[in-house]
Design a binder for this molecule. Structure first.
Ligand code: KIV
Ligand code: ZN
Length: 541
C-alpha cells in the first residue's frame, strides 16, 4: 500500500475525552494511559489543554518528557491544545517542547452561529486572529495544527478561504471538526472533498477529521471523511468525550482493518492492544463501557442464541467478522488452578501482556493463591481483574486492611472497616447504613472525611458462576469548593470534576469498598489535603 493510504491516528482521550464531565484523571493515570496509547501505536497523543491549570500543564509536560521520548519504538507526536490566545499557545509550548516530536493544536470557531454569538467577531476578524496566532505558534513549533471549530456548520466557501490562509501562516495539519455532531456521512464526506478540491495549498497539509457522536454518526462520518481524502482521524478510546462523545478509536481502526478491500487504508495500530487500553481508560475514568459497545463491549464477541452458538461451533466465520484475538481478547478460559506456581503465573501474565516487576508479582501471586483457594479454576478474565485491581490502586493514600459486614432482613446493616492511613496509622471504624455497601461507605467516610456525592455504582461479574470475581466501578463528585472546577476550552462552561474508582474481589462488598477508596484517594490527591485529613482523624486500635 502506498504512503498515501496511511491514516494517522490522533488520539484525544486525554484532552477531548478527559474534558467530558465524568472523566477526571490524575497525572499518574494520564501518564499510564499515554504509555498504553504509545504501545497501541497511535501517531499523535493530544495530551491535554495546558492553559487550563498548572496541574494540566504539568501532566502534559510529564507525557512529553516520558512518552514523547520513548526509546522502545518510534515515539508518538505529543500535542497540546491552545485557543487562539498567545498565553494558551505559550502554555502549550511550555508543556510539549520536551517531546522529540511536539505539536501545537490551535482552534477558532468559523460557523456563523459561533462567530456571531460566541466570539462576537466578523468573519474577517476571525481570519486575522487565526493568521496571527497560527504564525505565532509556528515561531515556537514546526508542527502546527489548526481547527476551524464547528466546521460542520460553517460555510464551505469561508472554510476554503480560512484554511488556505492557515496553510500560508504555517499550519501543517488542518483538522475539520464536526463539533456538535450535526452532519451526516454524505454531507461530511462532501465537505472534506470540497476542502481538498478548493483550498489553496492543501497539497502541503494533512487534512484531519474530528467528529462528535451526538447523532450516533461519528464513526460513519469519520470514515466518510477518510474516504474523501482526509489522512488523519481524531478519536478517543471507548468514544469518551464531550456530551455523546467523540469518534471511538477502536471502531475506526477495526472498520479500516476488517473492511480493507472497501477502504484500502491502513493504520499503524497494533490492534491486539485495543482491549487492554480500553479497560485501562474505563477503569481509570470510572466510565463503564456499555456491554453492547462495538469492539470493546463485554458482549461484543459473546454468542448467546442457540442457533448462533451452533453456527459458531461449525465454523466461527458464520457469526464472527473479526477474531477476538485480533483486538486482544483471549479465548482460552481454563488456565491456572490452586497448584499452579509462581513461574506459571508469571508466564501467563506475560502472555496476557502484563508487565509486572518482582515486587508486584509477589503480591499478585498471593492474591492469586487466595483466589484459587476459593475458585478451583482461575480464568484469564479472573487474572485480568485481579491484576488490574492491583495496578489501578497506584496511589493508595488510604488502604483497605479489613472489612466486616452484617446485613440481611434482621437487624440493621452494619460495617466495620480497618484502614491504614497515609502516615501508616490504623483506623477502625463502624457504621450503620441502609445496606452493607452504604454502611461500609459511611464507615470509610468517617475516617477519610472527604464529603462527596456518589453518582454511579456498577457491579459486574467477570465470569459466569457463583464464585465469580465481582468488579465494582464507582464515580463520585466532591462537595462544592473542595476541588478546583474545570473550564471547557470551547464553551467556557465550568464542569465539576468527578472521580472514578475500580475494585475487584470475590466478595462484592469488598470490591465496592476498594472502588470507593480508590475514588476517594484520587479526590484526596486532587485536593492536596490528605496529610491534614489524617492527622485530624481519630486513630483507632
Ligand atoms: O470538537 C471540537 O471542535 C474540538 C476542537 C478543539 C478541535 O474538540
Ligand atoms: Zn471535539
Amino acid at each position: 500500500m502506498s504512503k498515501d493510504n496511511y491514516i494517522r491516528i490522533f488520539d484525544t482521550t486525554l484532552r477531548d475525552g478527559e474534558q467530558s464531565p465524568g472523566a477526571s484523571l490524575t497525572s499518574n493515570e494520564k501518564l499510564e494511559i499515554a504509555r498504553g496509547l504509545a504501545k497501541l501505536g497511535v501517531d499523535v497523543i493530544e495530551a491535554g489543554f495546558p492553559a487550563a491549570s498548572p496541574d494540566d500543564l504539568e501532566g502534559v509536560r510529564r507525557i512529553a518528557k516520558e512518552v514523547g521520548n520513548s526509546t522502545e519504538s518510534e515515539p508518538p507526536i505529543i500535542c497540546g491544545l491552545a485557543r487562539t490566545i498567545k498565553s494558551d499557545i505559550d502554555a502549550a509550548w511550555e508543556a510539549i517542547q520536551y517531546a522529540a516530536k511536539p505539536r501545537i493544536h490551535t482552534f477558532l470557531a468559523t460557523s456563523p452561529i459561533h462567530m456571531e454569538h460566541k466570539l462576537r467577531m466578523t468573519p474577517e476578524e476571525v481570519v486575522v486572529k487565526m493568521r496571527e496566532m497560527v504564525s505565532y505558534a509556528k515561531t515556537l513549533c514546526q508542527d502546527v495544527e489548526f481547527s476551524p471549530e464547528d466546521a460542520g456548520r460553517s460555510e464551505p466557501e469561508f472554510l476554503y478561504h480560512i484554511l488556505g490562509e492557515a496553510i500560508k501562516a504555517g499550519a501543517t495539519t488542518l483538522n475539520i471538526p464536526d463539533t456538535v455532531g450535526y452532519t451526516t456521512p454524505k454531507e461530511f464526506g462532501d465537505l472534506i472533498a470540497g476542502i481538498i478540491a478548493n483550498t489553496h495549498g492543501i497539497e502541503n497539509a494533512i487534512v484531519s477529521v474530528h467528529c462528535h457522536d451526538d447523532l450516533g454518526l461519528a464513526t460513519a462520518n469519520s470514515l466518510a471523511g477518510l474516504q474523501a481524502g482526509a489522512r488523519q482521524a481524531e478519536v478517543t478510546m471507548n468514544g469518551i468525550g464531550e456530551r455523546a462523545g467523540n469518534t471511538s478509536l477502536e471502531e475506526v481502526v477495526m472498520a479500516l482493518y476488517t473492511r480493507r478491500p472497501i477502504y484500502g487504508l491502513e493504520t499503524g495500530i497494533d490492534t491486539t492492544q485495543i482491549i487492554r487500553i480500553s479497560r485501562t481508560v474505563s477503569n481509570y475514568t470510572g466510565m463503564i463501557v456499555q456491554p453492547n459497545k462495538a469492539i470493546v463491549g463485554a458482549n461484543a464477541f459473546a454468542h448467546e442464541a442457540g442457533i448462533h452458538q451452533d453456527g459458531m461451533l461449525k465454523n466461527k466465520s458464520t457469526y464472527e467478522i473479526m477474531l477476538p484475538e485480533t483486538v486482544g481478547l483471549h479465548r482460552s478460559r481454563l488456565v491456572l488452578g490452586k497448584h499452579s506456581g509462581r513461574h506459571a503465573l508469571k508466564v501467563r501474565l506475560a502472555e496476557l501482556d502484563f508487565e509486572v516487576d518482582d515486587e508486584e508479582l509477589k503480591v499478585i501471586f498471593k492474591r492469586f493463591k487466595d483466589l484459587a483457594d476459593k475458585k478451583k479454576i482461575v480464568s484469564d478474565a479472573d487474572l485480568e481483574a485481579l491484576v488490574e485491581d492491583q495496578l489501578y490502586q497506584a496511589q493508595e493514600i488510604y488502604k483497605l486492611d479489613g472489612l466486616q459486614v452484617a446485613c440481611g432482613t434482621i437487624g440493621l446493616p452494619t460495617a466495620t472497616v480497618r484502614l491504614v492511613g497515609p502516615n501508616g496509622n490504623l483506623h477502625i471504624q463502624a457504621a450503620l447504613g441502609t445496606g452493607p455497601v452504604d454502611a461500609a461507605y459511611k464507615a470509610i467516610d468517617e475516617v477519610v472525611k472527604m464529603p462527596n456525592t456518589l453518582l454511579e455504582f456498577h457491579i459486574h461479574a467477570v465470569t459466569e458462576g457463583i464464585d465469580a470475581i465481582g468488579e465494582v466501578t464507582v464515580r463520585l463528585e466532591p462537595e462544592n469548593g473542595s476541588i478546583p472546577e474545570r473550564t471547557s476550552p470551547q464553551s467556557g462552561e465550568v464542569h465539576k470534576r468527578t472521580f472514578g474508582g475500580y475494585g475487584a474481589h470475590t466478595d462484592i462488598i469488598v470490591a465496592g469498598a476498594k472502588a470507593y477508596l480508590a475514588a476517594l484517594n484520587k479526590l484526596l490527591v486532587a485536593s492536596g489535603r490528605y496529610g491534614e485529613v489524617e492527622t485530624a482523624t481519630e486513630v483507632g486500635a
